[in-house]
Design a protein around this ligand. Structure first.
Ligand code: MRU
Length: 358
């Protein structure tokens, strides 16, 4: 992604690996500070996923791929059986970080397959290091192609609503929902974006707005509850969101609030698009009904984070001291509310997804 820093502009990925260190953009610090988080062990990399230093399904997948390579490099000894048992425990540690985004499980199983042919520990380490880089490169390329395919759904001066951050920060690069918007910008279509703030962690107002600023894409941040108002006034032409898991029947699991936007879009006759790469399609679920929905800490609801007048990060309580909160992080949008799914292979009706990714 393009990032304007140090008086210039640089192309930066969300996560990468050099030697045995995994580097990632420190997302909780955005948009107020642009810092790179250096994760020096695979356990630290797993914690970075759990604590959302890096978040977004494809980004979580790539980080776990690098984390598995990091785990391999940390192994001492040359006993292959011991090494395979050790990698099995590393796999479990990564799979226990967050339950909903399918990319996490897809990338770990993909990495485990990549090391099967190894006949020695050294060979396995080499294979995994090379495979993790290939995983990240292929993931970025899938998102670039989603942009190319999805751009044709965006007309000149289209006004687009998006929810959460399904941008380059949620991927290795380019984004999913933001990738067609980037392509439309680069081809001169001047899209305008309504950005849902996306409480409670504000991935929209913090991360999506930050990306759009760095791409000079016009946008307005809106309260999550304001989307219906702008839809009914005819100020929104289409909706594009990302996904964390897509079931065989086309049901989509994404950030909490996505389902509401889909129902409102249907009610107002506005096309509702979902953008996602193959790593998000889960052939293990016929429908989205039983997908495990992560329930996160209630403090995310009861408090707000931000910077104060001294530009120091601060946490302020917004709810009464004795009140409790519920905090599901995702919801399921039934396929019936989805107009099309944009993938790296093309644009499909949700109910046809099983033919392509089943
Ligand atoms: O809790 P998060 O920030 O990981 O949730 C992210 C989302 O719901 C995104 O829309 C989805 O992962 C797609 S990211 C390209």
């Amino acid at each position: 992604m393009r990032v304007k820093i140090n008086g210039g502009q640089e192309d930066i990925r969300t996560v990468w690996m050099e030697n045995s260190v995994v580097f990632m953009i420190d997302q909780p610090k955005l948009p107020h500070r642009f810092e790179i988080y250096e994760s020096k062990s695979y356990m630290e990399t797993a914690s970075a996923i759990k604590n959302m230093v890096v978040r977004g399904a494809p980004a979580i997948g790539a980080t776990a791929a690098f984390g598995m390579a990091q785990a391999a490099l940390e192994f001492k000894g040359d006993n292959l059986l011991e090494f395979l048992r050790y990698m099995d425990s590393a796999k479990k540690i990564f799979k226990d970080t967050r339950p909903t985004a399918y990319d996490l499980f897809y990338s770990i199983d993909w990495m485990m397959k990549e090391m099967r042919s190894a006949t020695s520990v050294e060979e396995a380490k080499e294979l995994l290091k090379e495979a993790s880089q290939r995983y990240a490169d292929e993931s970025a390329d899938r998102c670039r192609r989603i942009g190319e395919n999805g751009e044709r759904l965006i007309g000149r001066d289209s006004r687009i609503l998006t929810h959460c951050n399904a941008g380059a920060l949620g991927c290795v690069d380019y984004g999913t929902a933001l990738s067609p918007i980037r392509s439309a910008k680069y081809s001169g279509k001047e899209p305008f974006v309504f950005v849902d703030e996306t409480r409670p962690r504000c991935q929209g107002s913090r991360l999506t707005a930050w990306e759009l600023l760095h791409e000079d894409i016009e946008h307005s941040i809106i309260a999550d509850n304001a989307a219906g108002y702008f839809m009914r006034r005819g100020e929104i032409d289409l909706v594009i969101v990302g996904a964390d898991r897509i079931a065989l029947n086309g049901d989509v699991v994404n950030k909490i609030g996505t389902y509401e936007k889909a129902v409102l879009a249907r009610e107002n006759g506005i096309p509702f698009y979902v953008a996602a790469p193959q790593s998000t399609f889960d052939p293990g679920y016929k429908t989205g009904k039983d997908v495990e929905i992560e329930e996160r800490d209630e403090d995310e609801i009861l408090y707000m984070w931000g910077i104060d007048s001294e530009r120091e990060f601060n946490k302020v309580r917004i709810a009464p001291e004795r009140s409790r909160a519920r905090n599901p992080a995702f919801d399921v949008t039934p396929w019936e509310y989805i107009s099309k799914i944009i993938t790296e292979r093309g644009i499909y009706n949700p109910q046809d997804i099983s033919k392509k990714y089943g």
